[in-house]
Design a protein around this ligand. Structure first.
Ligand code: UT7
Length: 328
């Protein structure tokens, strides 16, 4: 059993940050950023809270789906950059959308978040057949956590949100989720500071003690190594469950972290780059929002059509990974 994506929606802030804009903060240049990452510009939230971006994307998806918000049984929001410890972004999105009959919660699987949320939604739809629709939202305000003094990471990230209204269907579906917690400290934004004297006295070191507080830290090389393996592996795990191969897929939508990671994965899978949807050039890495933003854009441009098979593949902090194959 699978899902039907009735409609998608998106919101990105108006404010653009070009590669040259980063010269104001760090020693960098457009050529390095473009050739090492494929990114040209990204969006940056100004006044908009994260919940606002998510709610705008959600409202667009609901309107396009042509459903009543009251028929939404659940809102799942994927985010790693919430405005709040509590409440969940999903609860605020519920307030904004009028989805009064929905359960609401957030989940954090970082850049794999949309794939995790989609598969979670699919399982609820399968086991509760009274639930008509689930609203899956991925919304990220990474610019509020980025360390604008770290040239290796600040140039990568952007802000934005996307949403999908889904329902139960018997369309083709497969998903595989996974995580390797031994790499948890390679990509993190810590919210708890262990006092230095505790580390001295006890020798306690969880791998995070030297990482900056409330700022995004990334060991780029370690994550890169993980990503080039995780991307094809997550697809193969999901495809293996239904006996599919890369040739059965019309479109690949990978997490938009670095075009070099996608090129390496494409080679590994023997798939031409033309089959990969790329939006990182203009949105950068928007974590969990990157896959649904790309889906929304490709559908909007008429690139992805009904009946086509899509493989969505996420990887990121955790270190998490997940692949989902759906029929659009
Ligand atoms: O969404 C979660 C998943 N995240 C990812 O998948 C990210 C994975 N990692 C990457 O995409 C890449 O590792 C980066 C884009 C972060 C870095 O690319 P790299 O090719 O691994 O570069 P590097 O870190 O090895 O740095 C090479 C050189 C260094 O200079 P030296 O030591 O060779 O003199 C860096 O200091 O490039 C320098 N550098 C920069 N130079 C200009 C690093 N950042 C910049 C910069 N501008 N922004």
């Amino acid at each position: 059993m699978g899902i039907n994506i009735l409609a998608t929606g998106a919101y990105v802030p108006d404010q653009k940050l070009t590669n040259d804009d980063f010269k104001r903060f760090v020693d960098t240049n457009d050529e390095w950023i473009r050739t090492r990452t494929g990114i040209t510009e990204r969006r940056m939230a100004g006044w908009e809270p994260n919940w606002y971006m998510g709610a705008q994307a959600a409202k667009q998806a609901i309107e396009r789906a042509g459903i009543s918000p009251e028929d939404i049984g659940m809102i799942i929001t994927a985010t790693a950059t919430s405005d709040f410890h509590t409440p969940s972004l999903a609860s605020v999105i519920q307030r904004e959308t009028g989805a009064v009959n929905a359960a609401a919660f957030d989940m954090n699987a970082a850049c794999s978040g949309f794939v995790y949320a989609l598969d979670t939604a699919r399982r609820f739809l399968q086991t509760d057949r009274d639930m008509k629709y689930i609203l899956v939202v991925a919304s990220e305000a990474l610019s509020r956590f980025v360390d604008f003094e770290d040239r290796g990471s600040c140039i990568l990230f952007g802000d934005g949100a996307a949403a999908a209204v889904i329902e139960y269907s018997d369309k083709l579906y497969s998903a595989a989720l996974g995580s390797d917690g031994t790499g948890a400290h390679f990509l993190c934004a810590r919210s708890l500071q262990i006092a230095p004297e505790i580390k001295q006295e006890t020798g306690f070191d969880d791998g995070f003690t030297d990482k900056p507080l409330h700022k995004l830290y990334q060991d780029g090389k370690a994550v890169y190594k993980f990503a080039v393996k995780a991307l094809p592996a997550a697809f193969e795990l999901a495809a293996g469950k239904i006996g599919a191969t890369a040739e059965d897929i019309d479109w690949f939508i990978p997490h938009q972290a670095n075009v070099r990671i996608i090129e390496t994965a494409a080679k590994h899978l023997g798939v031409p780059m033309e089959k990969f949807i790329i939006t990182l050039d203009h949105y950068g890495n928007t974590s969990s929002a990157s896959i649904p933003l790309a889906l929304n854009e490709a559908v909007g441009k008429g690139v992805i059509k009904r009946g086509q098979r899509i493989a969505m593949i996420g990887f990121g902090a955790g270190l998490t990974y997940g692949g989902a194959i759906i029929e659009y």
